[in-house]
Design a protein around this ligand. Structure first.
Ligand code: AVJ
Length: 322
């Protein structure tokens, strides 16, 4: 595990918080949801019935294990299975089990922005799948992409599950996909999950649970600013708010100030004013259909090889080649 990136990550956090809270309208990046507490909240989210994404993708991987697994089949010198945003690896384990049971010669390289998640996953795999070769790393997508080019000695499969790409607006998604393509050779595959457009209420409900788990997850970014940067946000004075635009397929999360406030963040020497009902935009969770995915692929120089969906067609996993 590479921990040398930590000081740089703290600096980036400081810079992005300063920028985001000084801009109008205010914004903070959802990539900062994930620390020990955020990871735990996200695991709770994945277990909620209203957050259908995880169950749908699990269903897809479970019902097409052999077909997908055989697409991943290693060559004579083996295979690198690289997963960006691996999280707790619950869904990936379905494929990992198939691959180990069917004598694939491969190394599993999970990469995640959360140091905590990477540590837990590494320990968990060491006990649950002791024969599996695991080489985990901490890092964020765009930074890790540079390192991917070093893996060009044998076939590689790059996986991005969970509709994690949905946190990127289309131009950023194209930039990301293009970089993935640049890191790929003709025999390599990209395997990616895309949550699909559907009944708008179903989507809204996935990000708006009554227990307030999603709200706590969203507010965890304020908790981190308080703890790591000496901020004095009062979490009770912010309301989690979700909107879904069925035209664009974009779900957006906000934290809304319920009264006027002045917040200070010691480590940034920053004072931030909030008017009543002023917003901090924290996350987008983009929803897709085949046309959008085809367009993203074409813009990025990728081709769709095949795709797999669940019974309700709520979610789709696509296989791309360059
Ligand atoms: C992990 C980015 C795919 O956007 O659906 C869940 C994160 N945010 N509930 C998503 C999330 C609120 C999730 N992704």
């Amino acid at each position: 595990m590479d921990k040398n990136t930590q000081p740089q990550q703290n600096l980036t956090f400081q810079k992005e918080v300063t920028q985001g809270l000084s801009d109008f309208p205010k914004h903070l990046s959802s990539k900062y949801f994930y620390d020990q507490k955020g990871d735990k909240l996200f695991q709770e989210i994945m277990a909620m019935p209203t957050y259908y994404l995880t169950g749908c993708e699990f269903e897809i991987l479970s019902s097409h294990t052999k077909t997908i697994g055989e697409l991943f089949r290693d060559r004579e010198n083996g295979l690198d299975l690289i997963e960006l945003g691996a999280g707790d690896g619950k869904k990936t384990k379905v494929l990992l089990k198939y691959m180990t049971e069917n004598n694939f010669n491969f190394v599993y390289k999970p990469i995640d922005i959360s140091e905590n998640a990477v540590e837990l996953l590494t320990n968990n795999l060491a006990t649950e799948m002791p024969t599996l070769s695991v080489d985990a790393e901490v890092g964020e997508y765009f930074e890790v992409l540079e390192r991917l080019k070093g893996f060009n000695k044998r076939k590689k499969v790059i996986m991005v599950l969970g509709s994690n790409i949905g946190n990127l607006k289309h131009p950023k998604a194209i930039e990301f996909l293009t970089k993935l393509k640049d890191a790929m050779l003709p025999d390599d595959l990209l395997f990616m999950g895309f949550d699909q457009k559907k009944e708008p209420q179903t989507i809204l409900n996935a990000y708006n649970d009554a227990e307030g788990i999603t709200a706590a997850f969203n507010k965890n970014i304020l908790t981190r600013i308080n703890r790591e940067l000496g901020g004095n946000f009062n979490l009770d004075k912010f309301k989690h708010w979700e909107v879904y635009d069925p035209e664009t397929g974009t779900a957006k999360s906000f934290l809304v100030a319920t009264e006027p406030m002045e917040i200070t963040i010691e480590k940034l020497k920053l004072t931030v004013q909030f008017d009543q009902w002023e917003t901090i935009h924290t996350e987008i969770s983009q929803k897709y259909d085949d046309k959008i995915v085809q367009w993203l692929a074409a813009e990025s120089g990728l081709e769709i090889d095949s795709s797999y969906t669940d019974e309700q067609e709520f979610y789709k996993n696509y296989v791309f080649r360059k």
